[in-house]
Write a protein that binds this ligand. Structure first.
Ligand code: SF4
Ligand code: SF4
Length: 99
């Protein structure tokens, strides 16, 4: 029978209760935009500048609401395309990221 060490139990004491994240707010330290291969481009001719479905659905909170429409923070946008999929005006196109 494997020992507790062989099963990996030696690290159990290092995991927080309920596997919760004790470092709240730390996600801003992780620049998820580094992963991006596609970049959302907003067509402001089509955008309503007020529905902000893109803001609501962005899983990385990378879309900010401004009076001029959505502003996408590319430091955190990972290029998933959910905003483009959800936009009711088809105002967001995913473009290949240039290296
Ligand atoms: S969801 Fe589309 S139309 Fe609505 S604010 Fe965002 S880009 Fe504009
Ligand atoms: S592509 Fe994904 S991460 Fe980037 S703004 Fe749209 S929903 Fe957010």
């Amino acid at each position: 029978m494997p020992s507790q060490t062989q099963r990996g139990y030696e690290n159990m004491g290092k995991i927080s209760v309920g596997a919760s994240n004790p470092d709240a707010g730390s996600s801003k330290n992780y620049k998820t935009g580094d992963w991006r291969i596609l970049r959302p481009e907003v067509d402001f001719e089509k955008c309503t500048k007020k529905c902000f479905f893109c803001y609501e659905f962005c899983p990385d909170s990378a879309v900010k609401q401004t009076p001029d429409g959505p502003k996408i923070d590319l430091k955190y946008c990972k290029g998933c395309g959910i905003c483009a999929f959800e936009c009711p005006k088809d105002a967001i196109k995913m473009e290949e990221e240039e290296k």
